[in-house]
Design a protein around this ligand. Structure first.
Ligand SMILES: [Zn+2]
Length: 386
């Protein structure tokens, strides 16, 4: 068996930084053998510039929107952003497929080893079939009216069937609180027992106004679908507290964005999850929040309540790159008290645990094959080396 002995300024093992002068030893294929002192590592140690870290888990992406790079200008706010996606997303299949292939290569090269990916169409199947990344395919359900449920579910189940030909899990998932009706939640809850699902949660302030008053910017979105009012009953509470109770089936729920989540919502969610055996994961996509709303999620509040935090890139329709190192940079810039060690854990071990991939990914432990990445902590560039 041939081994590679890797040494850098620092080693992050998925959970914490190790003492100096440690050497990571992996097989040629990237299976972790051990971490040992330089004195015991022997000859042929490769010296690398930067931090050695396990590969990154991207817990929220839409790879099939990769052709939308630089199409929608930043800072439009969510509703105008969504209208622009609807208007601009369709183009020739060849261009969509080429962009998906380029995005997969980009993610591989910058150290992403697993992706929770939103799927609306079968476009990404060909690339995922060849990919050495690990994928969790979330077939996104949008259905505003209970009366359309049967027809819409037939459509989404047909897309799901195609994804289920791939290795890894594929599952139905709700899109967002403002696009899913009550009967639709119930159907998704029934279809996803003990699965990992996601929902775009509280990405804009307008979401609260929609649920509490039935007014605001979202009416522009519904007008696009020919309706002049909210399809949902006005509720006395937030979007999260309205929809989360529909989930009672042991799911892991990736709450994505959380830009406008409140402390009350976090406490409510915790209590509901405990009662119904849900696992809640808070996925932050800071560059997309910057791009769309020019806002940041309440990171300190999530940390105060010991929320399980992970990171995602979201898509090229709302990001300048698909690169977890860049998400880390944005968080550390916006929250100077955050430590690189904490955020690296979100990007690696926490993501792997959330996606139930920690048997192989997320940390440097003997027998795992997590990918080995070098992170430049000044430039926040990253490169996969094994
Ligand atoms: Zn998204």
């Amino acid at each position: 068996m041939r081994y590679r002995k890797l040494k850098a300024a620092k080693i992050f093992n998925g959970v914490e930084f190790l003492d100096e002068n440690q050497v990571l030893i992996v097989t040629e294929n990237g299976i972790v053998e051990k971490i040992t002192s330089q004195a015991d590592a022997g000859d042929d140690v490769e010296l690398l510039d930067g931090i050695l870290t396990p590969g990154f888990i991207n817990c929220h992406c839409h790879i099939e929107l990769s052709h939308m790079k630089d199409v929608i200008p930043p800072y439009t706010g969510l509703v105008d952003f969504l209208l622009a996606v609807i208007k601009n997303r369709s183009t020739e299949a060849e261009q969509i497929e080429e962009s998906i292939a380029a995005a997969e290569e980009e993610m591989y090269a910058n150290g992403i080893v697993g992706v929770a990916d939103i799927c609306n169409t079968p476009y990404a199947i060909a690339v995922k079939k060849q990919s050495s990344l690990r994928w969790h395919n979330l077939v996104e359900v949008i259905n505003l009216h209970d009366s359309n449920l049967e027809k819409q579910l037939a459509h989404y189940n047909a897309v799901l069937d195609q994804y289920q030909s791939l290795p890894g899990n594929s599952v139905l998932t709700p899109h967002a609180p403002y696009t899913v009706s009550a009967a639709t939640y119930k159907a998704i809850n029934a279809a996803t027992a003990n699965q990992i699902i996601s929902i775009h949660n509280q990405e804009t302030e307008a979401e609260a106004e929609l649920f509490q008053k039935g007014t605001g910017n979202f009416l522009k979105l519904y007008a696009q679908f020919g309706s002049h009012q909210s399809p949902f009953a006005v509720s006395s509470t937030s979007s999260l507290q309205t929809y989360l109770p529909y989930f009672t089936n042991g799911q892991t729920v990736l709450l994505v964005h959380n830009t406008f989540i409140t402390e009350d919502d976090i406490l409510f969610a915790k209590e509901h999850a405990e009662k119904h055996g849900l696992t809640l994961v808070y996925c932050l996509c800071p560059n997309a929040n910057k791009y769309i709303e020019n806002a940041m999620p309440p990171v300190e509040l999530l940390m105060k309540h010991d929320c399980h935090i992970v990171l995602g890139t979201d898509s090229y329709s709302s990001n300048w790159q698909l690169n977890i190192a860049s998400e880390i940079k944005t968080l550390l810039t916006a929250f100077p008290k955050l430590s690189l060690e904490a955020v690296l854990k979100w990007a690696t071990y926490n993501g792997a645990v959330a996606m139930q991939w920690h048997d192989m990914l997320g940390s440097f432990e003997k027998g795992k094959k997590p990918g080995v990445v070098v992170l430049d902590e000044k430039k926040f560039t990253s490169q996969r080396i094994v």
